[in-house]
Design a protein around this ligand. Structure first.
Ligand code: NAG
Ligand code: NAG
Ligand code: NAG
Ligand code: NAG
Ligand code: NAG
Ligand code: NAG
Ligand code: NAG
Ligand code: NAG
Ligand code: NAG
Ligand code: NAG
Ligand code: NAG
Length: 700
């Protein structure tokens, strides 16, 4: 970190009657992460994760540039269509497609993002504004956060573009800074401004911190103070508006159950909105990096604990439809939340280094996110329910939720608000890009254990390539091939659920030894110069998570399990998100369809989780697509019995307290949650007579 000298200057700002003072410490340095992400493009996917990213590239994400009106015909690239005055659609898309393009090194996708990059940079306005808006009424800063996130990744991945991207970012930040200095123009609406009358941008002021902190550290030029102050002004403006997340993650204030009709709610709506919340989790840490106030780091951990206790779904996302509610499994969780959770929890993990947070990232990536995306990656849901035995237009659906329509569980092109159409692509590419990280001692760690390969240069010109193969999370054996020009320390993160029977066969060793992970869950492996190989065999047992009213969810390793529900999938024309009219063909392509899925097997059961068997197929390759019913090579059998399960608003009601059983107990087939597009995962618990669980063992 270069030091500018410790001079402090004060900037007075007039806002209404109040006088606010910023203190800019010109020598300030940012708190550094424990684990540092590698440059985008250093890590490539292997195995099933490569298949998934290729499906994503060949699916909706990688094709909407060619047909989807909010991207193809975006005003950002000379078109005419935006879904809202926030003008955020194609910047969301760009933020997800850049890491997809470079994660896969895919020429076609790189062409799409290069076109967008060229257009947007070439049309930067004379005053530095990025985007097409020309009036103060329409110029909101928010969507440019997303653009900057995409630009930052692009500059990391493609050095031929870095200079012009950084030039453009500086010109823009100078303008944004002068706007913010002028009574927070572009952040707070004044007079007849229309750019953000609801307050999305003011609830997300810290979103600028990731790209601006990157710019500040890597390419500050002569603008360090200005960049720093821009971030402070964003926070300050949001605070004035009433959107300070430091006031939300507080005991007694945090809404343990929102809308119980009793708890008074004094804070802004912005905190209750699920996508805002997924982003807001990063707020205290974004500020902590600048203030070094340890309380904000502690508050970040506290925030994740509050979420885990009161609003986290079994699949790892935030239950919010679109507002946080309670833990009942008929409530929804918007797909954008899962995409944002991967990014937020990844970033938080890199600073806090708490092992359970990395497990949480995997939980979202292997469960919540793919559950809401069709196995061919061409359609998606707006909301998923933990208990969702059908995916169709609900006759009374909107009555159950706060701001979600009856069509939102349908897998479609835009079954509800189109934000998830344009924002879902970022999930897997960012997960991949952060799956290997560098460590404080100059080593490398594999923290998300899916298959991948990384090539990078460590300290002292140590050129290193590591490939992690295996079928994780479907199998628990990991194999590593390493090539290094000099010795270094490699680390494999051992999930918190791995038992002490987990083993490792180190480089050059012929037999396995028990693993000995550090307190943060890292298993060190000393790598010598040259080629080496080693293996890790994780061991675990099924886990039962008890929830309220004697209900449970069942996990094995990083996967949540659901009853396997057979279904009839009917393809129908894609419908428009607000009118539900069939979309004109000028915004669909031949693969865009909606899917109505109705169950053809039992869904209403209770389980006895004292009777569980694991059925693991020994496979070296995973079927593609893996997130479809029957594809994953690992399943569970759980003792179960049919029960009467009343409906509420055309969905299963909360799990019945004293369920009425029907028929005899049987061995129920449970599969990884994300492979069961129709699923029941949060079930009443009963004590049942012993059942022969392996009577229908899946064939090899
Ligand atoms: C990406 O692909 C290009 C062209 O196929 C190739 O030249 C380049 O080496 C690849 N980059 C990486 C990081 O694999
Ligand atoms: C700043 O904006 C606020 C909110 O629109 C307004 O009430 C206030 O008068 C403005 N202050 C100045 C100095 O323009
Ligand atoms: C910083 O400012 C100085 C003086 O104005 C100038 O000479 C120098 O080129 C600038 N550096 C950069 C990186 O812009
Ligand atoms: C809400 O605000 C009122 C008045 O300021 C205060 O008395 C009350 O304690 C607050 N309630 C909560 C839950 O913060
Ligand atoms: C879906 O159901 C709602 C009632 O819940 C109805 O108003 C709407 O027209 C239906 N949409 C379609 C496409 O059938
Ligand atoms: C694992 O832990 C259990 C319970 O603490 C203990 O009984 C067992 O011996 C341990 N096994 C190994 C391989 O260390
Ligand atoms: C538990 O059951 C009670 C009574 O039916 C219900 O009000 C509550 O919402 C349930 N809680 C959960 C988390 O299912
Ligand atoms: C699937 O649903 C469609 C549309 O409702 C129906 O025509 C068809 O018969 C169903 N197929 C099966 C196998 O149930
Ligand atoms: C697509 O068609 C609709 C109606 O058919 C029309 O209103 C719209 O302007 C068209 N959009 C484009 C981008 O051509
Ligand atoms: C993992 O590796 C061990 C030792 O090679 C082997 O016994 C075990 O069957 C493997 N597990 C799977 C699921 O392939
Ligand atoms: C699992 O499959 C691998 C490769 O197909 C084979 O080498 C290994 O022996 C098998 N393990 C078991 C336990 O069947």
């Amino acid at each position: 970190m270069r030091l500018l000298g410790i001079a402090t200057f004060l900037v007075g700002l007039a806002f209404g009657q109040a006088q606010h003072v910023l203190q800019v410490d010109r020598g300030s340095s940012l708190v550094q992460p424990v684990y540092r992400p590698l440059s985008l493009g250093s890590t490539s996917p292997l195995g099933w994760l490569r298949d998934q990213l290729e499906l994503e590239a060949n699916g909706l994400a990688g094709n909407m540039f060619d047909f989807y009106r909010f991207v193809h015909n975006s005003k950002w690239i000379g078109g005419t269509t935006e879904y809202s005055i926030l003008d955020e659609a194609s910047p969301y898309w760009f933020n997800g497609l850049v890491p997809l393009a470079f994660g896969l090194n895919d020429t076609r996708i790189k062409g799409q993002v290069q076109y967008y990059l060229d257009y947007v940079l070439d049309h930067q306005q004379d005053d530095g504004w990025l985007g097409f808006e020309t009036t103060h009424q329409t110029r909101g800063l928010w969507a440019r956060c997303l653009l900057l996130l995409g630009l930052m990744q692009y500059a990391e991945a493609d050095s031929t573009q870095t200079e012009r991207i950084v030039d453009s970012m500086h010109r823009y930040v100078e303008l944004a800074h002068s706007m913010l200095r002028d009574n927070y123009t572009g952040l707070l609406v004044h007079g007849d401004d229309v750019f953000d009358t609801a307050g999305f941008g003011v609830g997300r002021t810290h979103e600028y911190h990731i790209p601006l902190q990157w710019l500040y550290e890597k390419y500050p030029r002569n603008n360090s103070e200005l960049i720093w102050e821009t971030m402070e002004l964003m926070i300050e403006g949001g605070v004035l508006w009433g959107a300070d997340w430091r006031t939300f993650f507080v005991d007694g204030v945090y809404p343990t159950v929102y809308q119980d009709g009793v708890t008074p709610w004094n804070l802004s709506w912005v905190f209750l909105h699920g996508v805002n919340y997924a982003e807001g989790l990063r707020y205290p840490l974004a500020v902590y990096r600048m203030t070094h106030d340890e309380k904000l780091k502690e508050q970040t951990r506290f925030a994740t604990d509050l979420l885990a206790k009161y609003h986290k779904s079994l699949a790892g996302t935030i239950i919010a439809d679109e507002y946080i509610s309670d833990l009942n499994p008929n409530r929804g969780a918007e797909l954008c939340i899962a995409a944002e959770m991967i990014f937020s929890m990844t970033w938080i993990y890199q600073y806090l280094a708490d092992n359970d947070l990395a497990d949480w990232v995997e939980l979202v990536a292997f469960n919540a996110l793919p559950a809401s995306i069709s196995s061919d990656w061409y359609s998606h849901q707006y909301v998923q329910q933990e208990n969702q035995p059908w995916s169709r237009n609900l006759t009374e659906g909107s009555a159950m939720w706060t701001d979600v329509n009856s069509y939102s569980t349908v897998f479609g092109l835009e079954p509800n608000y189109p934000c998830c159409t344009v924002n879902h692509p970022q999930g897997y590419p960012k997960f991949l890009a952060n799956s290997f990280v560098s460590t404080e001692d100059g080593g490398l760690a594999h923290v998300y254990l899916s298959p991948g390969t990384v090539s990078t240069i460590l300290e002292d010109d140590n050129s290193v390539t590591i490939s992690a193969t295996g079928t994780y999370p479907f199998g628990l054996n990991l194999s590593y091939q390493v090539s290094a020009s000099s010795p270094f320390s490699f680390y494999v993160r051992i999930p918190t659920w791995a038992s002490n029977a987990s083993k490792m066969t180190g480089p050059g060793e012929s037999s396995s030894q028990p693993i000995t992970p550090s307190s943060t869950g890292l298993q060190e492996v000393k790598i010598a110069a040259g080629e080496s190989t080693f293996t890790v065999e994780l061991d675990t047992q099924p886990r039962v998570e008890m929830r309220a009213n004697n209900t449970a969810g069942v996990y094995y390793g990083a996967l949540l399990y659901s009853l396997a529900i057979e279904y009839n999938d009917t393809e129908t024309p894609a419908r428009q998100y607000n009118t539900q009219a069939v979309l004109p063909t000028n915004t669909t392509d031949s693969h865009s369809h909606d899917h109505i899925m109705v169950p053809t097997s039992l869904w209403n059961i209770a389980i006895d989780p004292s009777q569980i068997e694991v059925v693991q197929k020994n496979v070296s390759t995973i079927p593609n697509p893996v997130w479809s019913l029957g594809a994953p090579p690992v399943e569970l059998r759980i003792a179960a019995i049919e029960i009467e399960w009343p409906l509420l608003y055309d969905s299963p009601d909360i799990p019945p307290l004293n369920p009425v059983t029907k028929g005899k107990p049987f061995s129920a087939r449970f599969v990884p949650y994300a492979s069961a597009k129709l699923h029941m995962a949060h079930l009443p618990v009963l004590s049942l007579p012993e059942v022969d669980l392996l009577e229908d063992k899946i064939s090899e």
